[in-house]
Structure formats: structure tokens, C-alpha cells
Ligand binder design. Structure first.
Ligand code: SF4
Length: 314
């Protein structure tokens, strides 16, 4: 069935956002550069680059019903985390340049293969192009839920525009301390933008309709960093206070990838003691959602992903 409500909403917001590429302020970095001539802090210009796309079975349970989540990994990122597990394509423009039509085709092919949803990973810096791709896909029969999978370094006014288009927000809370955010991700103002944009997501999706087969809602994700249990405690308390009905996903898959070795305190995995303490706290707070097992799954990291398969473009 053609989703004319979403097509209408997309038509309204795509053009004004597209115009902003000429003096880019799509995210809190506010580079104000012409993306048609230059690359921004996010490492990319005006062309959409996809590193890979596939049916992902490693996401949260309600997102991987059927054959898995139809996940699209975009290249570049507006954060520069020193421990990034996707650094191969997040810190670089590595990947395949795709047109909006091709991106729309990838979405439709993922749906055809049995995807439970379309899961846009790190979409922020390509938003206007993705919205055009979605418009094409919806016009051609895309009718599965749309997941906006973000690092949480977002502007509230942009998230506000996505009302009625995004079905599920899957958003990180990485830090609550500006000092930590500055040190590891070069974004001291992360906590402010993160908290404000998550509040807007929660305003749009205050309750989960069905936690088993999630069609609509907010999942707040937190990757636990070694040696930072106190920051995790503060984050969990903030979530409990500000969005008590959001589903919470606590991840323990941290590995010291990329340049983490420069910081001895995070150059290791999370200890069993840290894991136990945090798990107890999640139970104490009664947060709904999931706590990842203490078996860090290295193979889920983006550094192991294969590049985009040609058959998704056919
Ligand atoms: S999207 Fe990229 S170019 Fe635009 S403000 Fe953010 S980092 Fe800068």
C-alpha cells in the first residue's frame, strides 16, 4: 500500500533541508560550509555514500523479527569517537557513492528480502538526500517501519521535522559529561544536544505500542565504557527520570578499536565486576529493555562488515 501520508510529510521537509547543504548546519557542528564544494567535519560532501546494507540480526529483539533489520550503514559521521567500531567507514568517506534513486532501490530490495524495517545507521549528515530516497521508495511500495538509528548528536529542530516520518528512534546516550564527550568524541556540547533531542524523540514516541514486534517507539542505547561506571550510573538515572517508558538497551560489546590505545583507561574491555554492578543498577531502577550478555561479540563490529552487495542495487 502506498503511504501517501508519509510522502506528503517528506515533500514538505526535504527541500528546505536540502537547501541547507549549501551552508551546512544540519547538526550541532554547524560547519556552515558549502557541501557541494567541501567536505564537513562529518568527512563527506553532497553525495550520499553507503558502506554496506544487509539484513542485520544483531539489533534489539523487536527490530529483528522476520529475516532481520534492513540496515543501511552510511559513510562518514558527525562524531569522531576514538574507539569507533565502524571507524573504517565512519571516519572516512569509504564506500559507494549512490544516487537517491539507488538508495531507494536498496530500501525496496531489503523489504523484498524480508526486512522487518529499514534501519538508517548514522543518517544525520545525509538527511535531505535520505528523505528524497525515502520518497522514491514510499512511492514504489515501501511500507515497513522506519528506524532512525543515531549517535544522538542531533539538533532538536531537525528531529521535530521528522515527526510522522520516523517510526522508531534508536538513539544513543553516549555521555553525560561534556569533558568525557570532548575527550573521546571531540564534542564537548554532546550532552546538551543529546538530551534536548532525546526529549523531542520521547515527546513524539512516549510509549511503546508492542515491545515484542516494535512498530513504533523509542529505544535508548548506551554503550558502557570501561572505567566509566559512574558516568553510566548518571546516564541511567537521567533516563529513568526523563523518559521512564522508553525501552533501554545497555551494551557491553566495547572493544578498544581504532585510537582507543591512546587513552590507557579505555584500552581494555569492560570488567566482569563493572558489568555486574551496572546490571544490578538497571534492575534496581526497573528500566524496561535489554542488557547485553557479558560475551563481547567482536564479529558484530563494523570493521568486519563486507562492502555493499551489487544485488541490492538491481
Ligand atoms: S552535517 Fe557535516 S557538514 Fe553539516 S554541520 Fe554536521 S558535520 Fe558539519
Amino acid at each position: 500500500m502506498i503511504n501517501s501520508r508519509k510522502i506528503k510529510a517528506l515533500e514538505k521537509i526535504a527541500k528546505p533541508l536540502n537547501d541547507r547543504l549549501k551552508e551546512c548546519d544540519l547538526c550541532p557542528r554547524n560547519c556552515k560550509i558549502d557541501r557541494f564544494k567541501q567536505k564537513g567535519f562529518c568527512s563527506v560532501g553532497s553525495q550520499m555514500i553507503i558502506y554496506t546494507a544487509f539484513l542485520h540480526t544483531g539489533e534489539e529483539p523487536p527490530l529483528i523479527t522476520g529475516k532481520g533489520s534492513g540496515t543501511i550503514f552510511f559513510s562518514g559521521c558527525n562524531l569522531k569517537c576514538c574507539y569507533c567500531q565502524n571507524y573504517k567507514f565512519s571516519h572516512t568517506p569509504e564506500g559507494r557513492i549512490v544516487s537517491e534513486e539507488e538508495c531507494g532501490r536498496i530500501m525496496l530490495n531489503l523489504q523484498k528480502k524480508g526486512a522487518a524495517n529499514i534501519n538508517l545507521v548514522t543518517p544525520t549528515h545525509y538527511l535531505p538526500l535520505i528523505l528524497n530516497a525515502l520518497r522514491i521508495a514510499f512511492k514504489n511500495g515501501l511500507d515497513i517501519p522506519l528506524v532512525y538509528n543515531t549517535s544522538g548528536y542531533e539538533k532538536t529542530e531537525i528531529i521535530r521535522r521528522l515527526k510522522g516520518i520516523v517510526d522508531v528512534y534508536l538513539a544513543d546516550v553516549k555521555y553525560i559529561s561534556g569533558e568525557t564527550a570532548g575527550k573521546y568524541s571531540r564534542a564537548e556540547n554532546y550532552p546538551f544536544y543529546n538530551q534536548e533531542s532525546l526529549r523531542e524523540m520521547y515527546r513524539q514516541k512516549p510509549a511503546v505500542l508492542d515491545a515484542d514486534t516494535l512498530k513504533e517507539g523509542l529505544i535508548v542505547r548506551h554503550l558502557v565504557l570501561p572505567g566509566h561506571s559512574e558516568e553510566t550510573r548518571q546516564i541511567l538515572c537521567w533516563i529513568k527520570k526523563n523518559m521512564p517508558d522508553a525501552l533501554v538497551s545497555i551494551m557491553f560489546q566495547y572493544q578498544p578499536y581504532f585510537e582507543a590505545a591512546k587513552y590507557p583507561e579505555i584500552n581494555r574491555i569492560v570488567s566482569l565486576e563493572e558489568f555486574t554492578r551496572i546490571k544490578e543498577l538497571v534492575d534496581e531502577l526497573g528500566l524496561p529493555g535489554w542488557v547485553q550478555e557479558y560475551t563481547p561479540e567482536e564479529k558484530l563490529a563494523g570493521v568486519y562488515f563486507e562492502p555493499l552487495s551489487e544485488d541490492l542495487l538491481e
